[in-house]
Design a protein around this ligand. Structure first.
Ligand SMILES: Cc1cc2nc3c(=O)[nH]c(=O)nc-3n(C[C@H](O)[C@H](O)[C@H](O)COP(=O)(O)OP(=O)(O)OC[C@H]3O[C@@H](n4cnc5c(N)ncnc54)[C@H](O)[C@@H]3O)c2cc1C
Length: 456
């Protein structure tokens, strides 16, 4: 019986664990799968936490896709409260600290699926990696519960540090709960977009009631005599605050592998091959890894649930005797901000204009404004679509969308075209669906691509 040990019991780890069991059954192999998970939660949607905090999702349980009992019923030896602290790849042994102390566990294959930890700067810490009073990250279900407790009374002054998608989603949740929100961002709001598109998002966020400070990296806090948080500082800027949301990004949780000689980035992200293999008997998947960008061929850090699930599945399939490769990523992402009458959807895929030029590409961009449905139809919502292509080859490089309801998911059309190496003209002439409540006669993606094609 081959022994697989998975470290980390969320998206990547549990995908790997169950796919390994399924694949082994299909290939007539015997496999024993043990999962070590340091918390007491498994397979939960971190992505849903802001919507739980806002009240749009009713309970913690609703965010749990599979409970520990369900995993065990499906054949996984799940050990909760079990934190892996070291690995000896020569002896094929992992050491973990469980409720009863330190244990050694022998394996034939080890899967590292430890995800990432939310960044907590030193000035915000009570102890190593632990936020001080009045400050919290948004990463685990326990963090979500913390926010719900702290936000029970409306009218608090809450500062959000970080203008990425988690910062935006939390700003929405805080406004929904009746709090005053100030967003501090080191560069721009949604800086993964090119500047003009990010400006559109900022305008919607401000229209929704958030005070935004650009170029404002949170750098410290002030406390009253009783130790309560009273202000957040960003250089010279001082913002009165009762609570501080840290949405500053994440770092791969790979510290316990620091001594191992495996492919990794300078900041600790693992670099497995497309099958998920790091070394003989050692595999990795999810937010603890970088992925290959399909357009540039470079390693990039894109910690997203969609990749974690796929990478975990590939690892599991290969462990059970099958063959599956994770084919890389394009940086496709989507979010929204909704507050009162202000509603904006945001999406991106591929390379932005700045990014493409940084890669030495002769990139051209056009932004087209229009509507998601025929202008005369009540379903019509505004949409701005920036499409980026390469002069000379006509190759499609990327797109960004900012718009109303039903606009952002159009990014999938562009992502699919990118996936298959289309030109901008291919996208312009694609056979996309049209009827007045859904689209314009030149579907908006085709229209925007056609405009760009004329300039290439
Ligand atoms: C607020 C929020 C919103 C998000 N929204 C989206 C979204 O809309 N779309 C999207 O694609 N992605 C989104 N994500 C990202 C997505 O949640 C992650 O990419 C995904 O959870 C990664 O899965 P993972 O299994 O690699 O890592 P994780 O989910 O981080 O799981 C890793 C697990 O390993 C455990 N672990 C860590 N170290 C050890 C150890 N030493 N021993 C034992 N166990 C350990 C951890 O406790 C954890 O349970 C969001 C994330 C957050 C926080």
């Amino acid at each position: 019986m081959r022994r697989v040990v998975v470290v980390g019991g969320d998206a990547a780890g549990m995908s790997a664990a169950h796919q390994a069991l399924r694949s082994a059954r299909q290939h007539g192999r015997e496999l024993e799968v043990t999962v070590l998970e340091t918390t007491h939660d498994t397979s939960y949607s971190a992505c849903g936490i802001p919507y739980w905090v806002s009240g749009e999702v009713g309970s913690r349980e609703a965010l749990v896709a599979r409970t520990p009992a369900e995993h065990r019923r499906l054949g996984v030896d799940l050990r909760l409260g079990a934190r892996a602290i070291s690995v000896d790849p020569a002896a094929r042994r992992v050491v973990y600290v469980g409720p009863e102390g330190e244990h050694r566990l022998d394996y034939d294959d080890l899967v590292v699926a430890t995800g990432a930890s939310a960044l907590v700067p030193e000035w915000a810490c009570a102890g190593p990696g632990t936020p001080a009073a009045g400050i919290q990250v948004v990463k685990t279900l326990d963090d979500g519960a913390w926010w719900l407790r702290e936000l029970a009374e409306p009218g608090l002054r809450v500062v959000v540090a970080g203008g990425g998608y988690i910062g935006l989603e939390m700003a929405e949740a805080l406004l929904a709960r009746g709090h005053q929100v100030t967003l501090l961002t080191r560069s721009r709001v949604m800086s993964s977009l090119d500047e003009p598109m990010s400006g559109r998002v900022q305008a919607a966020v401000e229209a929704g009631g958030v005070t935004v400070h650009l170029g404002a990296a949170a750098s410290g806090v002030e406390r009253s005599a009783d130790g309560a948080l009273c202000a957040v500082r960003a250089g010279e800027l001082r913002v009165a605050a009762d609570l501080l949301v840290l949405a500053l990004g994440v770092a791969p949780a790979t510290g316990f592998l620091a001594d191992l000689d495996v492919p990794r980035s300078s900041y600790g992200a693992l670099r497995p091959d497309p099958q998920g293999r790091l070394a003989d008997g050692l595999w990795a998947a999810g937010d603890c890894c970088e992925v290959r960008h399909r357009l540039t061929g470079e390693w990039v850090y894109l910690p997203l649930g969609t990749h974690a699930n796929k990478m975990g599945r590939a690892v599991g399939e290969n462990l059970g005797g099958g063959t599956l490769a994770f084919p890389g990523a394009l940086g496709t992402a989507i979010t929204r901000f909704a507050a009162g009458a202000s509603y904006v959807e945001v999406a991106r895929t591929g390379l932005g204009l700045e990014e493409a030029r940084q890669h030495g590409l002769d990139a051209v961009e056009t932004t087209t404004e229009g509507t998601t449905a025929s202008g005369y139809h009540p379903a019509a919502e505004p949409i701005a679509l920036s499409v980026i292509g390469e002069r000379g080859t006509g190759r499609l490089l990327g797109a960004q969308i900012v718009g109303g309801r039903g606009s952002a998911k159009r990014i999938d059309t562009v992502a699919t075209a990118l996936w298959h190496g289309s030109t901008v003209l291919d996208l312009a002439w694609s056979d996309l669906a049209y009827a007045p409540p859904f689209a314009t006669a030149w579907e908006f993606v085709s229209l925007a691509a056609r405009r760009l094609a004329e300039r290439l």
